[in-house]
Ligand binder design. Structure first.
Ligand code: NAD
Length: 413
């Protein structure tokens, strides 16, 4: 059983601290904390074996003052309203930090996509959209892939939504290229992690070549981040997925791992020489630790044993608030999720813009615009941290929270 993904206390703790530093009233703090709209629907489907199964689908629109709500759709057995609400709040802060004209949303269905057939998954996705289509769309709430979903699922959403409203590619991002997806979206989050690390290392004079990295999670984010970090000359010494992990002091063979994962669904067998227990990866001695799987994996319990010098949050909310405090006291630098993994939502924004304008951008434009927007956000955070002495997460939250408040104030009450 994977850990409960709640990060409510972490998000609330970071938000409360930012509001206190910025001198905001209790009612403004509540407004920044509460979701604007929460939807829960029950979705019955007939399984391939003829049995009826009922899943719960969720969508939360946290804040739309800066633009339509934007955020992923997660398929995972642990999904519930609390988790989706928390992830939606984080999206509001992420879009504000990177200063794109979007708000924050998130959704999910409490299913295990690995235990459903393609037909069952498609039926579930289409029924979910049939139930909530009035609340989503290019000007209100735009979905994207997250844990357990991918371009194929986004394609079904596009098809179902367009069947009701006419061709509407801007209603969902992360679609297949054939349906108006953007070049570069699939690798965007991992690629963005490479940009965030490069900017951090350059700014603070840390060597990249040969710097050691351990990566938890080998899905969309972990795999593409591994490729981006290899291109920077960094040495990936360990990677894990939910079932297996591999460690090699002199660097893993990334291409071989990708091939093995694709062919056998595993990074390595338990008795392989390089095998490691997935949980051990978080405590490896390395320069950079990249949690890129689920939330709440670095806790008060294991934080004292984290041996990495720098944690880069590829996942959303991988560090609890207690662990955050412990790591800070120990001098471990954390590049926060709302900066580190924002590459995905930035390229989703490009996809939305291309769809609205009926344009197709070339890869060079996507890459250079991503580097420009994410690079600017990173240096905004570094500048604020350097000027105030705050850690990077606190600096990032101060910038994001104040931008959301500015928009709320401007809309009037
Ligand atoms: P994914 O479903 O593609 O991959 C998740 C990976 O995590 C899989 O390899 C899975 O095996 C692994 N995993 C699960 N439990 C694990 C465990 N206990 N130990 C080690 N590995 C484990 O999901 P993804 O899209 O890569 O998302 C990963 C994280 O990044 C999530 O927190 C998500 O919210 C966040 N994120 C994703 C995007 C995106 O564009 N996909 C953008 C921003 C943030």
């Amino acid at each position: 059983m994977t850990p409960r993904l709640s990060m409510q206390s972490a998000y609330e703790t970071f938000l409360n601290a930012a509001c206190a530093r910025l001198g905001y009233s209790a009612s403004m703090k509540s407004l920044l904390s509460l979701a604007a709209l929460e939807i829960k629907v029950e979705i019955p489907i007939v399984r391939d074996n003829g049995e009826l199964a009922i899943f719960s689908g969720y969508r939360v629109q946290h804040q739309g003052a800066r633009g339509p709500c934007k955020g992923g759709l997660r398929y995972h057995p642990n999904v519930d309203m609390e988790e989706v609400r928390e992830l939606a709040s984080l999206m509001t802060m992420k879009t504000a930090l990177v200063n794109i004209p979007l708000g924050g949303g998130k959704g999910g269905i409490d299913c295990d996509p690995h235990k459903l057939s393609v037909r069952e998954l498609e039926t579930l996705t289409r029924k979910f959209i049939k139930r909530i289509h009035r609340e989503i769309g290019p000007n209100s709430d735009i979905m994207a892939p997250d844990v357990g979903t991918d371009a194929r699922v986004m394609g079904w959403i596009h098809s179902e939504y367009s069947a009701i409203y006419g061709h509407s590619p801007a209603a969902v991002t992360g679609k297949p290229l054939a349906l108006g997806g953007s070049v570069g979206r699939e690798k965007a989050t991992g690629h963005g992690i490479g940009i965030a690390i490069r900017e951090y290392a350059t700014r603070y004079g840390k060597p990249l070549k040969g710097a050691t990295v351990a990566i938890e999670g080998f899905g969309n984010v972990g795999l593409h981040a591994a490729q981006a970090l290899c291109e920077l000359g960094m040495k990936i010494i360990a990677v894990s997925d939910s079932r297996s992990a591999v460690y090699r002091e002199d660097g893993v063979d990334l291409d071989a791992l990708i091939k093995r994962k694709k062919e056998r669904g595993l990074l390595c067998e338990a008795n392989d020489l390089d095998a490691l227990k997935p949980a051990q990866l978080l405590e490896l001695d390395c320069d950079y630790l990249l949690p890129a799987a689920l939330g709440n994996v670095i806790t008060a319990e294991n934080a004292p044993r984290v041996a990495a010098r720098i944690i880069v949050e590829g996942a959303n909310g991988p560090v609890t608030s207690d662990a955050d405090r412990t790591l800070k006291e120990r001098g471990v630098v954390i590049v926060p999720d709302i900066l580190a993994n924002a590459g995905g939502v930035i390229v989703s924004y490009f996809e939305w813009v291309q769809n609205l304008q009926r344009e197709v951008w070339p890869p060079e434009k996507v890459d250079s615009e991503l580097a420009r927007i994410l690079g600017k956000a990173a240096h905004d955070v570094f500048d604020h941290a350097d000027a105030t002495g705050l850690d990077l997460r606190s600096a990032a939250f101060d910038i994001a929270v104040s931008r959301v408040k500015e928009a709320l104030d401007a809309t009037g009450f």
